[in-house]
Ligand binder design. Structure first.
Ligand code: ADP
Ligand code: MG
Length: 457
């Protein structure tokens, strides 16, 4: 069937879309295809349904039907058209698990080995920026001295910012160096389900053995413990057993422990024993770096200005950032056009609203001058004293973050060359998260320039 498809579309298109697809079987007379994420699912429905039905007809099907299902194991994976097909869940731990596709269920219990770790979530694939450098450093420290550096390590942040990626990275790091160590990655939901099953099947001893005999326990999305008393109780004992034996625990959550409602006090205080670190939304430069890495994985040569355009459209969630890149790649390949800003803008136009507030360089200059209480001309002038250098760097940084101007254009506005601008942007970026005054000024000015904060001066 894929042969038929291949003959009818371009090679790039085939590799982008069809190479990673997995036939999952026939369900109520309909062919079920496994796709990598919900974006691909939508894309297939829109663009390839007829082609696939034709393909089935060419094989003699009378009234062909095709449906799509997102493959859970690779839902988060980066977009790699040349990826090998994901491994099947039933082979991952030797136990028989329900067939994937049956009632659309995600197989439970595929958690008790390092095989549950996503192979792409390694330190080498993690782009470090001011938004995540503390969490990254802490994860690395824990990976290097498990049970000794920080225990537990608690990583929190909004969805799609890399918490799961960092946890898996620690798992891979340890697995590689200490092949005999036991590593357990589990979502809080799976932990809860395992507990419920263990109670039902009278297998609490096995449950406890499993979770209390590991060297590294990674528990994802621990905020879901909220309100689950029995699970909290069991997790409390698991925690203590591991902690007393100096086994490393890493927890992730969408919020800090103090904000998890209905979490028992004794658990909350334990979560605070080690190190609590957060991940924020990535800065523009970090977003571009992440896109660049993704593009390189694709072996796609996408011009910098196109990556920058995408990075400007999607600002808060890295999964969406990757989705946007995928959309641009798909759009260009389907229309057989080279990557350009115009093509990228078109590809993203019906997904992301154009930037609401258009910020001009002069607006930024004015706002920065007002904030630091110095004349705009002094910022653009040649003075080198700290009082003007800091605001100048801030202005360059904000223009880079908030407007579509290139480094040479910004340089031109300040009567300087692009390398000066690049240096200024780097300088400010490095100081973010370290210099609190500068961090606050940057955040405040950004909000004001984007119209999120009133002008009260
Ligand atoms: P979370 O668990 O915080 O919701 P994930 O760890 O699932 O987020 O990350 C979402 C996606 O973004 C994943 O594909 C992940 O690889 C990618 N990602 C997140 N942070 C980074 C980063 N710093 N560098 C590269 N990719 C990242
Ligand atoms: Mg996650």
């Amino acid at each position: 069937m894929l042969g038929y498809v291949r003959k009818n579309i371009s090679e790039v298109e085939y590799h982008t879309w069809f190479a990673p697809v997995r036939p999952l079987g026939v369900q109520q007379g309909s062919l079920v295809l496994g796709v990598r994420n919900s974006f691909a699912q939508e894309w297939f429905r829109k663009h390839y349904l007829e082609l696939l039905e034709d393909a089935l007809r060419s094989m003699g099907a009378q009234s062909p039907q095709v449906s799509f299902q997102v493959l859970p194991a690779v839902q988060d994976a980066m977009i790699l058209p040349q990826d090998p097909p994901p491994r099947s869940p039933s082979s991952s731990n030797g136990r028989s698990s329900p067939e994937r596709g049956e009632r659309g269920s995600i197989p439970q219990g595929v958690t008790d080995s390092r095989k549950a770790l996503n192979p792409k979530y390694i330190f080498e694939n993690f782009v470090v920026g001011p938004n995540n450098n503390l969490a990254h450093a802490a994860a690395l420290a824990v990976a290097e001295s498990p049970g000794k550096a920080y225990n537990p390590l608690f990583i929190y942040g909004d969805v799609g910012l890399g918490k799961t990626h960092l946890m898996h990275a620690v798992g891979h790091y340890m697995a590689e160096r200490y092949p005999d160590k036991r590593i357990e990655y589990v979502s809080t939901e799976s932990f809860t389900n395992d507990l419920i099953n263990a109670i039902r099947d009278d297998k609490m001893t096995q449950f406890r053995n499993r979770y209390r005999s590991v060297d590294l326990l990674l528990v994802d999305d621990i905020q879901f413990l909220a309100g689950k008393e029995r699970t909290q109780e069991e997790f409390f004992h698991t925690f203590n057993a591991l902690y007393e034996n100096h086994k490393q625990i890493i927890l992730s959550s969408d919020r800090p422990p103090k904000d998890i409602q209905t979490l028992e006090g004794r658990l909350r205080s334990r979560f605070e024993w080690g190190l609590i670190t957060d991940i924020q939304s990535p800065e523009f430069e970090t977003r571009v770096a992440i896109l660049k890495m993704n593009a390189e994985h694709h072996r796609m040569n996408i011009p910098q200005e196109v990556l920058e355009l995408i990075a400007r459209q999607v600002t808060s969630n890295i999964r969406e950032l990757e989705g946007a890149l995928m959309r641009v790649v798909a759009f260009a390949s389907l229309n057989n056009v080279p990557f350009s800003r115009a093509v990228a803008a078109k590809a993203l136009s019906n997904v992301f609203a154009p930037q609401e507030v258009k910020v001009e360089m002069a607006d930024v200059l004015r706002a920065v001058a007002g904030h630091y209480n110095i004349p705009p001309d002094a910022i653009r002038g040649s003075g080198r004293v700290r009082e003007v250098v800091v605001p100048r760097q801030m202005a360059m940084y904000l223009i880079r973050e908030l407007t579509g101007h290139s480094l040479p254009e910004i340089g031109g506005f300040f009567g300087r060359d692009h390398s000066t601008v690049m240096h200024a942007v780097q300088k400010v970026t490095e100081q973010l998260g370290r210099d609190s005054e500068l961090t606050e000024a940057a955040a405040f000015l950004k909000r004001r320039l984007q119209g999120l904060e009133g002008d009260d001066s």
